[in-house]
Design a protein around this ligand. Structure first.
Ligand code: MD3
Ligand code: FE
Length: 208
């Protein structure tokens, strides 16, 4: 399917890229994986303030936020284990839409489990491979997310991301500010108990 025009060069939205059956299968696989590798609540650098979402990672590198700072780590220090492998369905999704000659190294799992859960305006800029796009899949409740410019105060535009939607942020949009303003709780029945799961795939290191 062709992406819809977002009005931002390099920012492509694929509505319902995953159908209901694929969404259910992936949600079930994630539930099993997250039972063995429990998500944790990240903390803000310096202040240690807890985030409103919980996170987990799949893949050789995981993105972490700790009082000591944030960045990529090769192990899960909270669960004292390597991060689990990226599910095959997500590697296939990357191959479908990323148009990049190497695999993703990180799949960050963001869990929006309560009505107050949000993600403040930020840029994804901890990766050396800034030529690779960021590929993001939404599951469960719809969210309102915001894409801005290259400085914090630039004008922004908001979009809805619903279950099965895939967003590709590449080219000149790779370093735009973005965030999740709110989740519309109860808008989907995919996840038992409600909420939203975001899976964000990233290439971190430059391919050899
Ligand atoms: C637009 N996650 O994990 S995905 C993140 O839905 C993150 O949980 C959000 O931002 C979430 O870093 C938003 C959509 C997204 C991701 C990256 C972008 C939109 C973007 C980069 C540039 C522009
Ligand atoms: Fe982000």
């Amino acid at each position: 399917m062709k992406p819809v025009d977002t009005g931002f060069e390099g920012l492509a939205l694929y509505p319902r890229h995953l159908d209901e059956v694929a969404q259910r299968a992936l949600a079930a696989e994630l539930a099993r994986a997250l039972e063995r590798a429990p998500p944790y609540r990240p903390q803000m650098p310096r202040t240690g303030k807890p985030w409103s979402i919980r996170q987990m990672n799949f893949g050789p590198l995981g993105w972490v936020s700790r009082p000591e700072g944030y960045g990529y780590a090769s192990r899960d220090e909270v669960n004292s284990a390597p991060w689990p492998a990226i599910p095959a369905a997500l590697l296939a999704l990357w191959d479908d839409v990323a148009a990049y000659p190497a695999s993703p190294e990180c799949c960050l799992v963001n869990l929006y489990e309560q009505p107050k859960a949000r993600m403040g305006l930020h840029r994804d800029e901890d990766e050396a491979a800034l030529d690779a796009p960021v590929v993001s899949l939404s599951l469960g409740d719809t969210c309102v997310f915001r894409v801005g410019g290259f400085a914090r105060g630039d004008k922004s535009k908001s979009f809805r991301l619903s279950s099965g939607d895939v967003l590709v942020m590449g080219g000149s949009s790779r370093l735009r500010f973005h965030g999740v303003d709110r989740v519309i709780f109860g808008s989907s029945r995919l996840i038992p108990g409600g909420g939203r799961i975001n899976l964000t795939l990233r290439r971190v290191t430059k391919p050899a």
